[in-house]
Write a protein that binds this ligand. Structure first.
Ligand code: NDP
Length: 481
C-alpha cells in the first residue's frame, strides 16, 4: 500500500502528527494508500524550507528558470503514461481522459509558461522628461491550494507561473487526490530540482490548508475550489493583505439558439455536461433550448447521452467513469431526489449503474442524468451539483435566454450554439460570466484570461494574468537630463 508523505526541502517526510488519512480508489472502493495528515507544524517546516530556498531561486535569471520549466516538462513527458494511470486510479476518471486532458495539460502548462514568459517585452512608458521602467519581482513564498477534479492539471497551472516568476511554493492538494502531486515531487527529485523551492503539505483543509492561509510568511494564495471554501480563504487571507486569486464554483449554461446546427449542439452539450462525470467547474449543467427546436434537440441530445460509454475507468473505450467518492455520489443523488420533489422529470439516468467487471465492488457511479420540467430558478437548476446531472429548460426568445442564463449566483463559463457567429458573439457579451464559447466548449488558449465573476471567483489566471499574480511590480521613474 502506497504511503504518501509530505515533500519538504526536497525530501519525503512523515507528518509531525504521524497520522494518516485513507486514500480510496473511487472506481472500486478499494483502499490504495495512506496520506500524511499534516498540521501547522508541517506547514511551518515547509515555510522555513521555502523561505531558505527563496534567496537562491529568486536570484536565478528568468532564462535559467525557463530552462528549469522545460526540464520539468521533459521529465513529466517521459512519465506521461504513469501520470495518466495514476490520475485515473486516484479520481475514477477514464484513462483516455486522463491521458488526453490531465497528463497532456500538466506537461503543456510548463511548456506554455516557459515559452510565453520568454516572449514578454519589458514594460516601459516614455514621458517627455522621464522614462518609466516596470520591474517585476517575485512575491515570495506562495501557497497553492487545489481541488480533486483535475489534480495535477490545476496544480501545475499554478506551479509553472509561480516558479518562472521566482517564487517558492507550499502546495496543498486535495486529500482525495494526492497521488500525482506526490509523483510530481518524485520527478523533481529525479532531476535534482533545487531543494525547498517546491514543497507539499498533504492533509485535510482545516488542519493542513488553514495554516497556509494564516501563515504570515506566505505572501500570496492561489486557491481553486468550492465557493464556500473560497469564502473561508478570503476571510482569513484578506485581512493579512495577501495577494489572492480565487477560482471557485460554477453553474454554467449551454444555450441552443433556434438556428444552431442541432447535431453539433447535441454532441457539444453532452460533452459539456458529462466530461469527467460533470466534475469540471466549466461543465454546462443547465441546458437552455429555444422552444421552436426543443423537441428535436432533446431527442438528439438524449440519444447522445444514452450512447456515452460508462464503465471501468481503465478500459480504453470508457467515456464516463466514477465520481470522486461515495460521499460525493450521495450528495449528487440527493439533488436527483430534490429535482423530483421540485417537479422535475428524469428523462434519462438517475440510477447507480452496474459496471461490467466491477460487479459487487463499491465504486461511486451514477448514470448520466438529464432532468426536464424544472423551473429555471429551482434549487436543482441554480445550485452547483458537480456531478453527471444536467437540467433542460425552454426559452421563447433571446432576451429570455439571456435572463435565464444570468439567473444564478455563479458566473464562470458558458456556451452558445448558433450558425450566426456574430449573433453568438453579441449574445456572449450580455452574459455575466468570465468565459463564453460559441459553438464549442473547453476550447482553451492558455494566453487568454481564465476566471469567474459573481460567486465564481475573483481575479484571472492564464498568460499575463498569471505572471502578474505571481509577481510584484515596481515602477521606476527616471528623470532624464
Ligand atoms: P473544496 O473547496 O472543498 O476544496 C478545495 C481545496 O481547499 C482542497 O484542497 C481542500 O482540502 C482545501 N480546503 C478546504 N478547507 C480549507 C481551509 N479551511 N483552508 C484551506 N484549504 C482548505 O473543493 P473541492 O475539492 O470539493 O472541489 C470542487 C470545487 O472546486 C467545485 O466547487 C468546483 O466548481 C471548484 N473548481 C473550480 C475551478 C475553477 O477554475 N473555478 C476548477 C475546478 C474546480 P480538502 O480537500 O482536504 O478538504
Amino acid at each position: 500500500m502506497e504511503e504518501i508523505k509530505n515533500f519538504i526541502n526536497g525530501e519525503f517526510q512523515n507528518s509531525s502528527s504521524g497520522e494518516y488519512i485513507d486514500n480510496i480508489n473511487p472506481a472500486t472502493g478499494e483502499l490504495i494508500g495512506k496520506i500524511a495528515s499534516s498540521n501547522s507544524i508541517d506547514v511551518q517546516n515547509a515555510v522555513e524550507a521555502a523561505n531558505m530556498a527563496f534567496t537562491s531561486w529568486s536570484a536565478l535569471t528568468l532564462e535559467q528558470r525557463i530552462i528549469w520549466l522545460d526540464k520539468i516538462a521533459d521529465a513529466l513527458e517521459a512519465k506521461k503514461e504513469l501520470v495518466a494511470q495514476t490520475e485515473s486510479k486516484d479520481t475514477g476518471k477514464p484513462i483516455s481522459l486522463a491521458r488526453r486532458v490531465d497528463a497532456s495539460r500538466s506537461i503543456s502548462n510548463f511548456r506554455f509558461f516557459a515559452q510565453f514568459t520568454s516572449q514578454q517585452n519589458p514594460m516601459e512608458f516614455e514621458m517627455e522628461d522621464a522614462m518609466n521602467y516596470v520591474h517585476r519581482k517575485p512575491v515570495g513564498v506562495v501557497g497553492l491550494i487545489t481541488p480533486w477534479n483535475l489534480p495535477l492539471y490545476l496544480l501545475t497551472w499554478k506551479i509553472a507561473p509561480a516558479l518562472v516568476m521566482g517564487n517558492t511554493i507550499i502546495a496543498k492538494p486535495s486529500e482525495l487526490t494526492p497521488l500525482t502531486a506526490n509523483l510530481f515531487a518524485s520527478i523533481l527529485q529525479d532531476i535534482d530540482f533545487p531543494k525547498g523551492v517546491f514543497n507539499i503539505v498533504h492533509g485535510l483543509g482545516p488542519s493542513a490548508g488553514q495554516p497556509i492561509l494564516e501563515h504570515p510568511k506566505i505572501k500570496a494564495i492561489s486557491f481553486t475550489g468550492g465557493t464556500q471554501t473560497g469564502r473561508i480563504v478570503a476571510k482569513t487571507a484578506a485581512p493579512l493583505f495577501k495577494k489572492l486569486s480565487l477560482e471557485l464554483g460554477g453553474k454554467n449554461a449551454t444555450v441552443i439558439l433556434a438556428d444552431a446546427d442541432l447535431h453539433a449542439a447535441a454532441k457539444g452539450a453532452a460533452r459539456a455536461g458529462f466530461t469527467n462525470s460533470g466534475q469540471v467547474c466549466l461543465c454546462g449543467s443547465r441546458i437552455l433550448v429555444d422552444a421552436s427546436i426543443a423537441q428535436q434537440f432533446t431527442e438528439l441530445f438524449l440519444t447522445e447521452v444514452r450512447g456515452m460509454k460508462q464503465g471501468n475507468p481503465l478500459n480504453e473505450a470508457t467515456e464516463i467513469g466514477s465520481l470522486i467518492s461515495i460521499q460525493h455520489l450521495e450528495k449528487v443523488e440527493s439533488y436527483v431526489k430534490l429535482a423530483k420533489q421540485e417537479g422535475g422529470t428524469i428523462l434519462t439516468g438517475g440510477n447507480r449503474p452496474t459496471i461490467s467487471g466491477l460487479e459487487g465492488s463499491k465504486g461511486a457511479y451514477l448514470e448520466p442524468t438529464v432532468i426536464g420540467g424544472l423551473d429555471i430558478n429551482s434549487r436543482t437548476a441554480t445550485e452547483e451539483i458537480f456531478g453527471p446531472v444536467v437540467t433542460l429548460h425552454i426559452f421563447e426568445n433571446e432576451e429570455q435566454a439571456i435572463e435565464m442564463t444570468n439567473s444564478t449566483e455563479y458566473g464562470l463559463a458558458g456556451s452558445v450554439w448558433t450558425t450566426n457567429l456574430e449573433r453568438g458573439r453579441k449574445f456572449s457579451e450580455q452574459i455575466e460570466t468570465g468565459i463564453m464559447w460559441v459553438n464549442t466548449w473547453l476550447h482553451r488558449d492558455l494566453r487568454t484570461p481564465f476566471g469567474g465573476v459573481k460567486n465564481s471567483g475573483v481575479g484571472r489566471e492564464g498568460g499575463q494574468w498569471s505572471l502578474s499574480f505571481f509577481s510584484e511590480m515596481t515602477n521606476i521613474c527616471v528623470k532624464l537630463d
